[in-house]
Design a protein around this ligand. Structure first.
Ligand code: AMP
Ligand code: GLY
Length: 459
């Protein structure tokens, strides 16, 4: 593990911290590299830059929003480990924060750590908890972590027999990474058998991702995302969020990377969160540790709140997108210090309660026409400044760039994550949608019901 604090103090930049109007201390500044280009990475850059300890902030490859924050975008692929390591050395990077799962699964954190660079993000061995659904399910089975009953298959025929002998509906999951799309929730056995064919025979999500599948019981209930910062066997729970994965209102249509989120979820009582920490996070973190799968980063549990209690649908090894946007909208502490400590195995001093704004935040994702299928890019985006002029509104960029005339244009499926704080969920929702109505680009679509179910359940 790298020990960068000594080195950081050799870094010539320093900042002066003001406390109550008096100058008290000079703290070293840390140069930071954020890897990724989505709304999550924009939110990370935004908060990291607010730290009095922040030196230069780089983003690889970043988007128009990260550049607007003053980060230096560098056009390197997040999978190009060697160029990233050289960038870290050249720019004297003190902390690398890795956003997406692909570079984590490909061993970027290990590669950088081996070169004495401090990294917030798990090893490739630990990232298997997201990169392989078979690995995650087997780890849960061995650690008695509550999850849907399941079976693993590497051939379609036994999978078909299994499906046809269940007396409940199932979900069929490709083992490997598929951009959040390799999960098919099925109504009946015929659809499930078709799902097996799509994944294993037609290789809809790629040959590697579909080599093995998990067939598991379909669970009913409300979903919730719970994230924790993990460092070795220390973990710090973050407030729970609710994602909206389906593309259309009323949870209709195919799954996406996430169409919107809010934080916190009113369903999550302190007792429920303690149960989730005790029965899900603690045994999972210990199981990873037992297997020497080093984890410094975010462990994210996608949960279904069933009548029998919370069940894990999936684990991710990183901050969620878009959950991070409302989560960090509420964060009032020094994120850089927290992630720096976690990356260095020094998390023990950070215990709850963490400094979060008590007000809820709602995030609405604006997408390109056709997303989550094929979409066009290069559409001019209007109205972001008007939206951000509203109080307690922040527009995080995801798929955006500047064209050669300096105009803000679309550059991905998920384009913007419009996020607002409000005194309660109703206000946060109203403000977020008021901001959304300021923004326009050709073909823009979004869900109009982010947070609505929770709001109705409160009234
Ligand atoms: P995953 O990537 O495994 O979280 O799956 C994506 C989405 O599929 C989840 O957010 C759920 O909406 C749904 N899903 C996954 N597993 C199940 C399950 N066992 N029962 C019902 N829905 C599920
Ligand atoms: N919002 C779901 C995810 O980040 O995987």
């Amino acid at each position: 593990m790298s020990e960068k604090s000594g080195e950081a103090s050799q870094n010539v930049q320093h900042s002066t911290v003001q406390t109550g109007g008096t100058t008290t201390d000079v703290v070293p500044r840390w140069n930071v590299l954020v890897v990724g280009k989505g709304g999550r990475e924009h939110a990370l850059v935004w908060k990291l830059k607010q730290s009095p300890r922040a030196g230069k902030v780089f983003c690889v490859p970043g988007n128009a929003g990260t550049a607007d924050e003053g980060a230096v975008n560098v056009a390197i692929s997040p999978l190009d480990k060697d160029r990233l390591a050289r960038l870290c050395q050249k720019e004297r990077i003190d902390l690398v924060v890795i956003g997406p799962e692909e570079p984590l699964a490909a061993g970027l954190a290990d590669y950088l750590r081996a070169r004495e660079i401090r990294v917030f993000g798990p090893s490739a061995a630990a990232a298997q908890i997201e990169a392989s659904k078979v690995f995650a399910k087997q780890l849960m089975r061995h650690a008695y972590v509550p999850t849907a009953e399941f079976q693993v298959f590497d051939h379609p025929e036994p999978a078909r027999l299994y499906i046809e002998t269940r007396d409940y509906p199932v979900v069929v999951k490709a083992d490997g990474l598929a951009g959040g799309k390799g999960v098919i929730v099925c109504r009946d056995a015929a659809e499930a058998v078709r799902a097996v064919r799509r994944i294993m025979t037609e290789e809809e999500f790629g040959a590697q991702a579909g080599r093995r599948i998990v067939v598991e019981k379909r669970l009913e209930g409300e979903e919730m995302s719970v994230l924790a910062i993990v460092s070795g066997h220390t973990l710090v729970m973050l407030p729970p969020c609710q994602d909206h994965k389906a593309v259309y209102d009323g949870d209709q249509g195919p799954n996406t990377g996430g169409m919107g989120a809010y934080c916190p979820t009113p369903r999550a009582t302190p007792e429920l969160l303690r149960e989730i920490e005790r029965n899900i996070f603690v045994p999972t973190v210990h199981a990873l540790k037992r297997e020497h799968r080093s984890f410094q980063g975010v462990l994210y549990a996608g949960l279904m709140l069933t009548a029998q209690g919370p069940r894990v649908l999936e684990f991710n090894c990183r901050f969620g997108d878009p959950e991070t946007q409302p989560l960090l909208m509420r964060w009032q502490g020094d994120l850089l210090q927290l992630l720096y400590a976690a990356a260095g195995g020094e998390l023990a001093d950070w215990q709850a309660p963490l400094p979060f704004d008590p007000r809820p935040a709602v995030c609405v994702v604006l997408c390109s026409a056709g997303y989550p299928g094929k979409y066009e890019t290069g559409k001019v985006i209007h109205g972001v400044a008007e939206a951000e002029a509203l109080p307690d509104v922040k527009v995080f960029h995801a798929g955006t760039r500047r064209d050669d005339q300096g105009r803000l244009v679309t550059d991905g499926g998920r384009v913007l994550a419009v996020t607002a704080l409000g005194d309660d969920l109703r206000h946060a929702r109203e403000r977020a949608y008021q901001a959304v109505r300021c923004i326009h680009f050709s073909g823009m679509h979004y869900r109009t019901d982010i947070g609505l179910k929770a709001l109705k359940s409160l009234s």
